[in-house]
Design a protein around this ligand. Structure first.
Ligand code: SF4
Ligand code: SF4
Length: 298
């Protein structure tokens, strides 16, 4: 399962510092910086009013930050939570559909802390195009959300994909996205990144498909697989999940993880955090309180 171009010692160091890539990384904290509003695809489980559920909890809106404000927030958070080792960009849209803001933020962070671990989450559509820039910015941790590798399934999840100045629909849209995700996955692993793959488990749509999907991810050399349950909660305003799709039960989620676990190491501790999450996993710091606090220097 190990990435092709990452030496075992380098991989172990990357794994140990990131709370999402290993349980030993739980002593460290992460901060998500909401700097990326736009998206280049549409997922049926996203209504664009809320944060990207590629990586983060849908139904929660983050206040967008400029790259400079993101760096300021990081400095403040690091003072308050010194264990903050990982800075992730995960939304509220797709970070790579907002390359300017994402790269400017990553560079601003690296300038104030050259030891920080930089992490990006993406739907993968623009990954091949942006990979060199991400590497140059120092990104070593990457998450790609891949919900399926079959375009017949994909066309039920993605109503459209915007690629090469064209809005694609139906099977063509799904196939384009899947091809680009797998190309990006392969290139990122070859370049030495530690790659996690997220899959949103949607009953009746892709739950019967996790086994072949995980097999393919293992073949490519992805490091860990994070199967996340679809969150479908009408109390989040207009958010109803995939055309009214229900959430998977705990048993269905466990079964999917068990099936996928035959080929891929499974992450079972994902908190489906907000795009502006701060702190150790499960011990989130309230960012609005922190930013309004007058006792801390900015
Ligand atoms: Fe929404 Fe994220 Fe899907 Fe884009 S990739 S449509 S922001 S869930
Ligand atoms: Fe980690 Fe999951 Fe939170 Fe992402 S959403 S930071 S993978 S726990």
């Amino acid at each position: 399962n190990s990435p092709l171009s990452l030496k075992a010692s380098e991989q172990a160091a990357l794994v140990a510092k990131h709370p999402c890539f290993s349980k030993e990384g739980h002593q460290y904290a992460r901060i998500h910086l909401p700097v990326a509003p736009a998206c280049n695809i549409q997922c049926n489980y996203c209504n664009r009013k809320f944060d990207c559920s590629n990586e983060t909890r849908p139904g929660v809106v983050s206040k967008l930050l400029s790259p400079a404000a993101a760096a300021t927030r990081f400095v403040k958070v690091k003072q308050h939570v010194p264990e903050t080792q990982v800075v992730g960009i995960a939304g509220p849209g797709d970070p790579l559909a907002n390359p300017k803001a994402t790269l400017a933020s990553l560079k601003a962070i690296a300038k104030v802390d050259d030891e920080v671990h930089l992490c990006v989450s993406t739907n993968g559509l623009a990954l091949v195009d942006q990979l060199d820039s991400l590497l140059a910015a120092g990104v070593k941790h990457l998450t790609i959300t891949i919900n399926c590798i079959d375009a017949d399934i994909g066309q039920r999840i993605y109503p459209w994909v915007y690629f090469n100045q064209r809005r694609l629909r139906g099977r063509e849209a799904a196939q384009t996205l899947i091809d680009r995700q797998l190309l990006g996955l392969e290139a990122a692993i070859k370049a030495g990144m530690l790659v996690k793959v997220n899959t949103v488990l949607i009953p009746g749509i892709n739950d019967f498909h996790v086994e072949p999907l995980a097999k393919e991810l293992g073949r490519y050399g992805a490091f860990i697989h994070n199967i996340m349950p679809l969150i479908s909660d009408p109390s989040h305003g207009t958010y109803f999940g995939l055309m009214g799709q229900r959430e998977p039960s705990k048993e269905e989620l466990n079964l999917a993880r068990e099936q996928a676990g035959q080929s891929m190491q499974q992450m079972t501790h994902c908190q489906q955090c907000r795009a502006d999450a701060v702190g150790k996993l499960g011990q989130d710091v309230d960012i609005s309180q922190l930013e309004s606090s007058s006792t801390l220097p900015v």
